[in-house]
Design a protein around this ligand. Structure first.
Ligand SMILES: [Zn+2]
Length: 69
């Protein structure tokens, strides 16, 4: 008896690094939050949003160029 595992790592082969989040799967968005109306200087609120380009996976399927020919 011989055990064979048919695990084909095709996922990592078909995916390329997302250019939106650079493979992190999320995008850090910073926005200034003003404390009050009188105070102009508030603080920078950073929020990590799930990358919508790769759905948080950090990789996107390779797209073929149809511009050839
Ligand atoms: Zn992404």
């Amino acid at each position: 008896m011989s055990r064979q595992q048919s695990m084909t790592p095709y996922l990592t082969e078909e995916l390329e690094t997302c250019n939106q989040c650079l493979g992190d799967g999320y995008i850090t968005v910073s926005r200034p939050v003003s404390m009050s109306f009188s105070v102009a200087s508030g603080y920078i609120d950073t929020t990590s949003l799930e990358c919508r380009n790769c759905a948080g996976t950090g990789g996107v399927p390779k797209q073929e160029n149809y511009n050839e020919c």
